[in-house]
Design a protein around this ligand. Sequence first.
Ligand SMILES: [Zn+2]
Length: 257
Amino acid sequence: MSEPRTEHLTAEQRAALEAELAELEGPRRKAAVQAIKTAREFGDLSENFEYHAAKNEQGLLEARIRTLRDRLNHAVTVEHQTDEHVGVGSIVGIADEHGDELEVEIDWPRRHLLMRTHTALHALSGVVFRDFGAKVTGGNMEPGVARMDFELDGISVEFGQDVERRLNEELTRGYPTEILYLARQEAMKDPDLIRTKVNLIPEWVEEIRVIDIVGLDRQADGGTHVASTLEVGTVRVVKTESKGKANKRMRIELVDR
Ligand SMILES: [Zn+2]
């Protein structure tokens, strides 16, 4: 079983987050309150678009403040690590193909957001396969936003909303994610791994790394993930579109990012 993951921050990363929080709680909050005040003067609140937009903006701002506060309250400050393990805070020297050297450090907020997005995509593929029998045909992600294509005959806004509801319901159940290493022979017999095309992995790879969202989705995968679907937070399906026959796309984003 995996331990719940605590966010690790170096002193510099913590200071950067604290500065961002101060900006949001200071000038940005003041501006949001002022925008609502100004909009209110436009008249009748029920028909007042500016007022509702300003209230919505304020809601999003307050949600970001809560998320940041929560992260800072739970994060552990770490020293730069100097042992052989590369982790948050490690400064690692690497060289490119021309022999030019550079020093790199893991950008934890970016990495963590990618991990949450990645786990969200796997959960999405698990839900869509379980409830609609549709396989994944492609996908892509950036921190906080992603798209996934499915072998579906049709797609609609309502379908997107239905999937969004099902996905969020599953995420809140807190499925743990585990990393397994299976012998290639074994992996080739696993129905979930066959479904997600484990056969596309080059023949010379003998040990298959598997991300198991235990009870929801199992895929051969080389990427980084969060420890539980709870850590993903809430996901929105922002767009549904057809990319051709039996290739239907859903774009998602994480609400807290
Ligand atoms: Zn993946």
